[in-house]
Each structure stands twice: as structure tokens, then as C-alpha cells.
Design a protein around this ligand. Structure first.
Ligand SMILES: Cc1cc2nc3c(=O)[nH]c(=O)nc-3n(C[C@H](O)[C@H](O)[C@H](O)COP(=O)(O)OP(=O)(O)OC[C@H]3O[C@@H](n4cnc5c(N)ncnc54)[C@H](O)[C@@H]3O)c2cc1C
Length: 377
């Protein structure tokens, strides 16, 4: 077992850190304050080759794999978690198109996701009343000749107002439960497609989150991703990989907060000499390192083509919970200064909060893990 990163991965990590420090960090606080989509940052991520890292080169991606992707997301999240989630969902959509799309679909979308011709890709699964229980979604896609007519509401959709392509899950057979769900690559310029409410959020304020409204949206048959009835499988496979991304994002935010707290304590001998402060730093450093190892294990299994769903859920659960604790501990180390919106720890604590919720809450990760361990009994 080799716990050292390869020279290529180390170089990529260093490059991501340099991009994050030069292009993302300087304006992250301003974008957060103004709740402004980080256009310049997305362009910088495209230029660095970070928007389609997972899709293979044959499909127009960079084909760098999940370990590389995890390292980059963590570095980006350390500087600007909003940019990291925008990047993560765009990569996830391209990964799904590469895995389930035909050559035409790959050629049509992946290069545009990679070079930011599309500002983003969006993944539209959640609905009012169908978050954790996504299979109970109500959106429909009814076949009419050579097209489908889509109706329904999707909520909390990351970059939904910026996407060049939206991966929409809808029921082609409403009576068939999860097996009646199909996936569609929807052009947001289609008639009947509109953006509804823009969410005001505690954190990740520079990432846009919106409701999408589908009213008799006609989607050509050739825009269906994969065969009819496998949309839920496509969504779950995308989320398995996505959980590696969110675990990586959480690690990045947690390490960012911890580094700020270490710097603060190191400059104050009254704090760095206090055992209670030392223990907070020690616990955060230990759990974040353990989280990073879990994330990299899941990513390695994905890269090797091995089953990784259980490991991805374990990584997401532990990394997001640990990062929340680390950010809270960092704020406590800073005392009142930790509440100052000018300080990166304040933003880290707000930004990290959602990581235990989206792409499956911690409770849902525990369900996935429990089912898996019980199945192996
Ligand atoms: C900032 C942000 C961005 C998002 N981006 C996207 C996106 O791009 N695309 C998308 O499709 N969705 C997106 N979501 C939605 C997200 O995936 C859901 O919020 C999440 O799946 C939880 O669903 P819910 O909010 O409806 O909570 P609910 O499912 O209503 O859950 C409420 C509570 O009950 C618990 N619970 C529910 N069911 C169970 C159970 N069976 N056992 C134990 N506990 C349970 C949950 O853990 C939670 O604590 C986003 C959400 C946020 C906040």
C-alpha cells in the first residue's frame, strides 16, 4: 500500500493550489458577500483544465481520474468553496454523459463543459418533497412521437440558471417507481423551461441555486441519456462519484479553516500554549487527515474500476462531518475574531455547513453504508 501521492499527482495538486491562490482566493469573499456567480473563476478553472477532469479524452475530457479530481477540488475549495461546488457539479454531469451518452451526446456537450462555453452543467434530481427519497420524484416525461414532453419542478439546482445543459431526471413510466425514471439532456433555451426562485443561502453564496420549472418542454428523443428506465441508476452512479467530490470539497474547506486557526494561534502565545486550544487543533488535524484518506481510498477504487459506492458514502459522511467540526473548532480558536465576516474562518463555517446535506445527507450516507455492511453478513 502506497500512501504517497505520485509525482504527477503532487504536481497537479501544486498547480491547483497556485490557480486557487492566484485566481480564486483574492475575490472569493467579495463574490460571497454579493452572492455573485464567479464567472472569472469559472474561466480560470476552464483554462486550467479542471472542468472536465473525469470524462476520458476520447469523450472530450481530460481523463485524469478521480484521485486527481479529488486533489484539485480540495485545493479549489480551500480558497473558494462556491467555485468548488460549481466545478464539482459540472464535472459530475460530464462524467455521467461520458459514462452513459452516445458519441453524439459526448461531442455535443463535453467540450463545451470543459472550456466554459457553457458556464456550467446542472444536475436536476431534487424536487419539493423528493430530496432524500429521490425515487418519489413527480416530474414526468411523456413520449409523443419522436419527442418527450417534460413537466415538473426541480428545486435547489446548483448553477441551474447558468447551465448550458441540464441533466433532468423525470418519469417516463410514472407507475413504475424508480424503474420508471429516465434521464434527459435538456437545453435550457427550450420553450417552457424557466428559472424560478433563486435561493438565499447561509453559505456557498457565490454558487447559484435555483428552482427550475418545466412546462410542456419538448425534448427530442435523441436527448435521452441511456435507455428508458435507467435514469435513477444514472443519477445514483453520478451521486456515488459526486460524493467523492463533496468529501474532497469538505476536506478543502476544513483544512482552510484549520490552517487559518493554526496561524492565528501561532501568533498568540497565550493561545498556542493553552492545552484546550492545542487539543482543538490536534483533533481537527487528525480527523481531517483521516477524512482525506477515506476520500482518496474511494477515489482510488473508482479509478481502478472497482465498486466504490460504500467507500464514497463513508468518505462523504466522515469528511463532511469532520470538516464541520474542524471549521467550528477553528472559529472557537479565534474567539470573537472568528465571527468577523472579513475573516476566512467565518465564511468557511458557513460554506461547509451544506456539505452534510447535499448529494445525500449524513443520514442517507449511513443508510447506504448500513445496507452495504448488512448485505455482506
Ligand atoms: C446548496 C444546495 C445545492 C443543491 N444542489 C442540488 C443539485 O444541484 N441538484 C439536485 O438535484 N439537488 C440539489 N440539492 C438538493 C439536495 O440534494 C437535497 O437538499 C438533499 O438531498 C436533502 O433533501 P431535502 O433537503 O429534501 O431533505 P429531506 O429529504 O426532506 O430530509 C430532511 C431530514 O430528514 C432526514 N431524512 C430523510 N429521509 C430519511 C431517512 N429515510 N432516514 C433517515 N433520515 C432521513 C434527512 O437526513 C434530513 O435530516 C442541493 C441542496 C442544497 C442545500
Amino acid at each position: 500500500m502506497d500512501l504517497e501521492l505520485s509525482p504527477a499527482h503532487q504536481a497537479l495538486q501544486a498547480r491547483a493550489r497556485a490557480v486557487a491562490e492566484a485566481e480564486l482566493r483574492p475575490r472569493a469573499a467579495e463574490h460571497d458577500r454579493l452572492a455573485r456567480f464567479p464567472e472569472a473563476q469559472v474561466r480560470a478553472l476552464a483554462k486550467a483544465g479542471f472542468l472536465q477532469m473525469l470524462a476520458p479524452t476520447s469523450a472530450g475530457g481530460a481523463g485524469l481520474g478521480s484521485v486527481a479530481y479529488s486533489l484539485v477540488i480540495s485545493e479549489i475549495a480551500k480558497a473558494c468553496p462556491s467555485s468548488a461546488v460549481t466545478m464539482a457539479v459540472t464535472n459530475m454531469v460530464g462524467d455521467a454523459i461520458a459514462a452513459f451518452g452516445n458519441q453524439t451526446q459526448q461531442d455535443q456537450h463535453i467540450p463545451k463543459l470543459a472550456d466554459a462555453t457553457y458556464w456550467a452543467g446542472s444536475f436536476a434530481l431534487s424536487e419539493p418533497g423528493a430530496g432524500s427519497d429521490a425515487a418519489s420524484l413527480k416530474a414526468t416525461a411523456i413520449k409523443k412521437g419522436d419527442r418527450y414532453v417534460l413537466n415538473g419542478n426541480k428545486c435547489w439546482i446548483t448553477s441551474g440558471d447558468r447551465a448550458g445543459v441540464v441533466l433532468v431526471m423525470a418519469k417516463t413510466d410514472p407507475a413504475a417507481g424508480a424503474k420508471g425514471i429516465s434521464a434527459f439532456l435538456v437545453d435550457p433555451n427550450s420553450r417552457g423551461f424557466s428559472v424560478g426562485r433563486h435561493e438565499e443561502k447561509l453559505g456557498l453564496r457565490a454558487s447559484s441555486t435555483v428552482t427550475l420549472v418545466l412546462e410542456d418542454v419538448e425534448v427530442p428523443e435523441e436527448c435521452r441519456l441511456g435507455p428508458e428506465g435507467i435514469g435513477f441508476k444514472i443519477a445514483m452512479r453520478a451521486l456515488d462519484g459526486g460524493r467523492i467530490g463533496i468529501g474532497s470539497q469538505a476536506c478543502g474547506v476544513g483544512y482552510g479553516a484549520l490552517e487559518a486557526a493554526i496561524a492565528y494561534a501561532a501568533a498568540r502565545p497565550d493561545l498556542s500554549g493553552s492545552q484546550s486550544i492545542q487539543w482543538k487543533l490536534a483533533d481537527a488535524a487528525t480527523t481531517l487527515d483521516a477524512a482525506r484518506l477515506l476520500v482518496l481510498r474511494a477515489a482510488t477504487k473508482k479509478d481502478l474500476g472497482l465498486p466504490f459506492a460504500r467507500e464514497a458514502s463513508m468518505a462523504k459522511l466522515f469528511a463532511t462531518e469532520s470538516a464541520n467540526q474542524a471549521a467550528l473548532a477553528a472559529m472557537e480558536v479565534l474567539g470573537a475574531d472568528g465571527l468577523d465576516p472579513q475573516h476566512p474562518v467565518e465564511r468557511a463555517l458557513r460554506d461547509v455547513r451544506v456539505t452534510t446535506i447535499y448529494e445525500g445527507t449524513s443520514e442517507i450516507q449511513r443508510l447506504v453504508i448500513a445496507r452495504s455492511v448488512l448485505a455482506s453478513a
